[in-house]
Ligand binder design. Structure first.
Ligand SMILES: *[C@@H]1O[C@H](CO)[C@@H](O)[C@H](O)[C@H]1NC(C)=O
Ligand SMILES: *[C@@H]1O[C@H](CO)[C@@H](O)[C@H](O)[C@H]1NC(C)=O
Ligand SMILES: *[C@@H]1O[C@H](CO)[C@@H](O)[C@H](O)[C@H]1NC(C)=O
Ligand SMILES: *[C@@H]1O[C@H](CO)[C@@H](O)[C@H](O)[C@H]1NC(C)=O
Ligand SMILES: *[C@@H]1O[C@H](CO)[C@@H](O)[C@H](O)[C@H]1NC(C)=O
Length: 491
């Protein structure tokens, strides 16, 4: 968090003056368009939905690879993506300008080698004969990973090869900068890390890149472009449309794949909405989103779930940094405190609000009580969706070593292509909320201990470090993007 501020403090003072000018320039194009009122009820209606069958395929462990369900246009891009889809590990000779030909061929060969080695490792499913590199602290736990060998190999290949090109277009605050505290902190932390840390993954040569990053912050767009209470998200979409228009006319990369090797990242609830500013971005690009609602166009085959991490004042609470010892008593069965946002919480509060001495459920927590103290004193922490599917409580529970109870629908959990969430969390159907206490009490002590142990092991993948550390949340996000670029799924 220090760095997050350090990088940008000098720039902050310029923001105010600058952003006004910037907003004026940008808004010129769409001020004229009618600001129709945006009914709240239909705020999140999307036309595109992913069939349940496709989702089930995605979450069920399979050993084979599957392919992206997106269309590609453009001749050379089409050919490249065709090759990805056919998944033959032969490099296709393309008619390309001589100069970029060899770099591109090299890049494709590298990807083909990575795929081949991951596939080979994947056959050794449970990780029993995985070769861990010297000095590596990876534990190939077949309980928390779907396929520890495939994941480890894929991770190592990512470190060896993966290169991200960050477009330089745009100015702070809405590009190259994002929030570094509070609910959407991950937007700012990712941008900061990819632009100023992570030297290993960043390339300044776009011909050597595997993916291209559009470094805008939807949270800052909402702050600077959105007119409060208007429910008009057009300015956000317009900004995104403009950004894509600029980079796609200035460089050849977007048109080559219709944006399929490009990614955006947004934690704000309106991230998916902003991405509708460009149809190719919405339909073909990798969208890394906290609001990963698969009934609202989130497509886990190409999109990535971003964990929501709330940092009050930019830091993790000390209580969560060092949770109590493993066997310390946890007097409460379960805990939740939060606003009456959305239907699931309404249902939860209706049944459990201040009803039970073991299952502590509050609509806002009384001022004299401490939120994180409750978390570290509870066996289970309830993580219901609010106005949107993601909840920062999931990561907080992991930090607190309080077993998360997932209460959501249509939510694709973060890193679920790698991690077996069932090993360290409990999913309770919304319709079972009235029986919640019974369900939690029925978890045998043995199983609870295992869930907690696994939670401890999974924790590293959700930690934010500055600078980033191997296998931490930054690297896991990158790894999810890497997998989408490889067009591979790990069984
Ligand atoms: C991919 O497979 C299709 C049908 O199997 C074939 O027609 C096409 O030529 C292949 N493309 C490449 C680039 O190998
Ligand atoms: C992993 O698989 C190997 C053979 O495929 C088997 O011998 C071994 O017992 C398995 N280990 C675990 C932990 O399941
Ligand atoms: C990419 O395609 C768009 C739309 O067809 C076009 O306006 C733009 O000039 C193209 N970009 C390049 C670099 O050719
Ligand atoms: C995205 O793809 C869907 C389904 O193919 C299509 O109906 C829709 O028009 C596309 N969206 C946009 C914004 O182009
Ligand atoms: C997910 O999307 C569906 C379909 O739009 C919607 O009904 C539901 O409320 C969304 N879930 C959340 C928690 O926002």
């Amino acid at each position: 968090m220090e760095n997050c501020r350090r990088y940008f403090t000098p720039a902050i003072s310029l923001f105010c003056a600058f952003s006004i000018v910037f907003v004026l320039i940008l808004s010129g194009g769409f001020l004229s368009s009618s600001f129709k009122s945006f009914p709240i009820a239909s705020k999140f209606k999307f036309e595109v939905s992913v069939p349940t069958a496709a989702l089930q395929r995605t979450v069920s462990p399979i050993s084979d690879h599957q392919f992206r369900a997106v269309r590609f246009t453009g001749s050379s891009g089409g050919l490249e993506m065709d090759r990805l889809r056919n998944s033959t590990d032969v490099t296709v000779i393309q008619k390309q300008p001589r100069k970029s030909f060899s770099k591109k061929q090299e890049l494709n060969q590298g990807l083909a080698r990575a795929r081949a080695s991951i596939r080979k490792a994947a056959l050794n499913g449970n990780g029993s004969s995985i070769i861990i590199q010297n000095g590596d602290d990876f534990v190939p736990d077949p309980v928390i990973y779907r396929n520890p060998s495939a994941f480890y190999q894929s991770y190592v290949e990512m470190e060896r090869r993966f290169k991200v090109y960050v477009y330089r277009e745009g100015e702070v605050p809405m590009t190259h900068y994002g929030p570094c505290k509070d609910l959407y902190t991950i937007e700012g932390r990712f941008i900061s890390e990819i632009e100023h840390g992570a030297k290993r993954f960043k390339t300044s040569d776009p011909d050597q890149a595997h993916v291209y990053y559009l470094p805008f912050s939807v949270t800052w767009m909402v702050k600077y472009l959105y007119k409060p209470q208007s429910y008009n998200l057009t300015p956000l979409k317009q900004f995104v449309a403009d950004y894509v228009r600029v980079v796609s006319s200035k460089y050849p990369f977007w048109n080559r794949t219709s944006g399929a090797d490009h990614f955006m990242l947004a934690c704000h609830d309106w991230g998916p909405h902003a991405s509708r500013g460009n149809s190719q971005l919405y339909n073909a690009s990798i969208r890394v989103l906290c609001n990963a609602n698969c009934s609202e166009g989130f497509n886990p085959q190409k999109d990535v779930t971003l964990p929501e991490i709330r940092l009050y004042a930019g830091v993790v609470s000390p209580k969560l940094l060092s949770p109590p010892p493993f066997n310390a008593p946890r007097p409460y069965l379960g805990f939740f405190a939060g606003g009456l946002h959305g239907q699931i919480r309404q249902f939860l509060l209706q049944h459990w609000k201040e009803r039970d001495n073991d299952l502590k459920v509050f609509e806002y927590l009384p001022k004299d009580l401490d939120y994180f103290s409750f978390m570290i004193q509870s066996r289970f922490c309830l993580c219901p969706s609010g106005y949107e599917v993601a909840s920062p409580r999931i990561v907080e529970s992991i930090y607190a070593e309080c077993v998360p109870v997932i209460l959501s629908e249509n939510y694709v959990l973060p890193f679920s292509d790698v991690l077996r969430w069932e090993a360290f969390s409990i999913e309770v159907k919304v319709s079972d909320i009235p029986r919640l206490k019974e369900v939690l009490m029925a978890v045998p002590e043995e199983k609870y201990k295992r869930l907690k142990e696994n939670l401890k092991a999974a924790r590293r993948h959700f930690e934010l470090n500055q600078p980033a550390k191997r296998f931490d949340v930054f690297h896991m996000i990158l790894h999810s993007i890497w997998l989408r670029r490889l067009n591979m799924r790990l069984g």
